[in-house]
Design a protein. Sequence first.
Length: 173
Amino acid sequence: MLYRDIYYYFEGKLATFAYVFPLMDASYYFAGSFYFSTKSRPFIEFYMKNIIPLSQFYEKNIYFLFGILIALFIFCSRRGGPLSKFTRYNIIQAILLDIIITCFGQVYFLVPNFLRETLIGNMFSSGIYLLIMIYLIYAALLILGGKCPKLPLISQGARMQIQDGYSGENEFF
């Protein structure tokens, strides 16, 4: 009984840890405009001390982290293995969220500088960063509580990767 409780505790932590990848992507692409647009010294200091090292680590090891994402996705998409459906579902959901954040970030960097630095460009990037951070907190709290976070397209995609084929009646949560 104790072994099973410890196992489920660490599985929840592992599922929550998978959301580090979307956190690094969001910090790399959108955090700078969010923290500097506040013009608040404590926010900027927090950004300089905590977020910039995370972004630099992401930038220096981008291919290694991409390899980890691919390996995790392949491992979690296969049936069986030591992980439960709950953990595999949440890891795949974090990977899909990471892919979407990367797409938004790449499109954002393609926008000309004079549009990115306007009020609307700052509002767009700050809004995306804030929404991602709110969702990451929401997902972490739900996973640690033993429930699955829902995000419309991402949850459906993750569910389709976990189940045999998608039919609405065979949901596991």
